[in-house]
Design a protein around this ligand. Structure first.
Ligand code: PLP
Length: 390
């Protein structure tokens, strides 16, 4: 059986047209984009300007509001640490959400050690925050609200327009980690008053190790000091020689993103088939608005780790994180009050524009058969069938 890749929220295959645009900058046109005294340097510089424009055009912002980074993790660190430092005099309080990506949560935990207060908004069983609670949690000393656009594990989409409007009304900066959202959903920054936003190219068929940070130009400029100090690259926000091929790839990857109705059709087919054929399985946050490509499914009374190793030809993710040598249940599911047993039995399927109908059908057959096999040998499943456990 050939390989089936259903782990596109982790990373995606590079689009051939993206690679084609990058290659000249890895081969013949290798100039340093800051060396504008000669032609090769100018070529690289112009390629970066074009990439910046491609991103800005797609997001509905100005070119000088886009800064290239090594990806979302770096951008998140730059913003959270930078705002905490630059706004110390205004306040020492940040609001985020319990189901954010670890890049946000780990950085917030570090800031807490430095005396910054962090409010972690809870999510309900559908993965949603309470907007009233968000509004009520904003204090006089709140400097930043950091809430993602779409969750990488469940695909749950947050109401970013409403969040942005609350923050605008309360005069607090809103930072949106849109790493899973850009390229899957349309976003126009002329219409939604998000102050700061980030995403990563490798989630949208671009190269790894590059992403972008949007910082809105406002009459009261947003203060974010450099995380990586060095030369004057990116207006001094990020020192270091420009990674020209990656930046070119990022621009192209963003430019070619477009809505793809097929992905939702295949994702829905996957869910319909699995839910109807596998007893005791359910989709997390099924009632929430979700990304069209994502389905996080619990196969009750089975360890997802065992399920995955029994289907080595399918690339999936369990959403669990390995911390201190022990496998922890997904913090996202825990935040949604999913029981540990169900969290450990969950597998994330994430599709892309390259996913084919036949791959979905083959993956369904494989999952159905493997779940049956594992359960047939499982004492826990027997206990469940005998009505001795829930
Ligand atoms: N934020 C979200 C929601 C993500 O899914 C990811 C990727 O896993 C990141 C941040 C980190 O992105 P990067 O790999 O560019 O550092």
């Amino acid at each position: 059986m050939s390989w089936i890749y259903l782990d596109n929220n982790a990373t995606t295959k590079i689009d051939p047209s993206v690679l084609e645009h990058m290659l000249p900058f890895l081969q013949e046109s290798y100039g340093n984009a800051s060396s504008v005294q000669h032609r090769m340097g100018r070529e690289a510089n112009e390629a970066i300007a074009l990439a910046r424009h491609q991103v800005a055009f797609k997001l509905g912002c100005k070119d000088n509001e886009i800064f290239f980074t090594s990806g979302a993790t770096e951008a998140i660190n730059t913003v959270l640490r930078g705002v905490a430092d630059a706004y110390l005099r205004k306040g020492r309080h940040i609001i985020t959400c319990a189901s954010e990506h670890k890049a946000v949560l780990t950085t917030c935990a570090l800031l807490e050690k430095r005396g910054i207060a962090v409010t972690y908004l809870p999510v309900d069983m559908q993965g949603q925050i309470d907007l009233q609670l968000l509004e009520d949690s904003i204090r006089d000393d709140t400097v930043l609200v950091s809430i993602m656009a779409a969750n990488n594990e469940t695909g749950v989409i947050h109401p970013i327009r409403e969040i942005a409007e609350i923050c605008q009304r309360k005069d607090v900066l809103y930072f949106c980690d849109a790493t899973q959202y850009i390229g899957k959903k349309d976003l126009d920054l002329r219409e939604i008053p998000i102050d700061i936003l980030t995403f990563s190219a490798h989630k949208i068929h671009g190269p790894k190790g590059v992403g972008a940070l949007f910082i809105r130009r406002k009459s009261k400029p947003i203060q974010i000091p450099a995380l990586i100090s060095g030369g004057k690259q990116e207006h001094g926000l990020r020192g270091g020689t420009y990674n020209v091929p990656n930046i070119v790839g990022c621009g192209k990857a963003v430019e070619i993103t477009k809505n793809n109705a097929q992905i939702k059709i295949y994702r829905d087919l996957l869910e319909k088939e699995l839910l109807s054929r596998v007893p005791q399985c359910f989709v997390h946050a099924a009632e929430s608005p979700r990304l069209d490509n994502t389905s996080f499914i619990a196969f009750r009374h089975i360890k997802s780790a065992e399920l995955m190793t029994s289907m080595p030809q399918i690339a999936l993710s369990s959403g669990s994180a390995c911390a201190s040598g022990l496998l922890d249940p997904s913090h996202v599911l825990t935040a949604m009050q999913v029981a540990d047993d169900d969290a450990f039995s969950s597998l994330r399927f994430s599709l892309s524009k390259y996913t084919e109908r036949d791959e979905i059908l083959r993956a369904v057959e494989e999952v159905v058969t493997t779940v049956e096999q594992i359960r047939s040998l499982s004492p826990i499943w027997k206990l469940f069938q005998d009505g001795l456990i829930d």
